[in-house]
Design a protein around this ligand. Sequence first.
Ligand SMILES: [Fe+2]
Length: 318
Amino acid sequence: MPGRINHLTILPFEGHTIGAEVRGLDFSNPIPDAVSDELLAALHKHGVLVARATNVTDDTMIALGSKWGPLDNIKAHKKAGRAFRLAADEIFDVSNIDADDRIITEEDELRTSSKRGNTLWHADGAYNPRRSGVSIIRAVELPPKGLGGETEFLDSRTAYEDLPEAKKAEIQNYVGMNTLLWNRKQANPDMPAFANIDCTQVPLAKHRIAQIHEPTGRGNLYVGSYNHHIEGLPVEEGRRITDELMAHVTQEKYKLAVHYEHVGDVVFWDNTAVLHRATVGAYDGKYRRDMRRISTFDGSRWAYGENDPANSEQVGLK
Ligand SMILES: [Fe+2]
């Protein structure tokens, strides 16, 4: 029997400036280019897309993501010595399950530290010379409902557009200096592994703070917890400016929370148009929650920021 043909319906979330539900997406059959093109166009417009119970697998998620660009991978983290549960190098394991298939507890300091890091606002891959474009996450195993674990998003394009013109002019040429270690240090202030790191003395990825979202031509505020300081400014002055911008973009009116309801739920976001963070719920430490993400490398002219494409090795952390 021939499979069902994907016919998408895009329903923007009411009361929000970002996000839409996608109905009609089914990964049981190959997704035609016309459908993946429509999906990508909707993602560029809305920043976040949510599709429920899609019958997705690792392979079909990777097949779709690969249509939108080369995929980022975990090789640099493997090289740094991190143990992985899943075989595919394209899959970022954002579950609460360790390489031995046990629920992660506080005793696993490194995994706990990266989990905490992910609860701070960020754009995936902003700490890399070549940043991420689209991220896709799928729910493989979920804890009982009502125990938390939603992903939160911020509309960093509307936030940029709402800035006073004088502020836009002030930040126009600022280059953010990004490192994964700064995120980990902020999230884990008591962990000796991060406490003594001087984030001005580690390799930093340079990405402008005021950007154009190429597919729509809209402005975008590219800030977050990887951004340690601003190039050419005293660290404290840069911090004051980025703290002020973070206070602006994190206002409730720019925020969207996405709940995972069914196995097979898939959430897409455009890292060059929205910021996001994970939240940890009451399930943590008690119930398994298996979530898997892939990300494309950004293909826009902003992809490498102010970094040298010839010297752009991805950052790995154990
Ligand atoms: Fe993330």
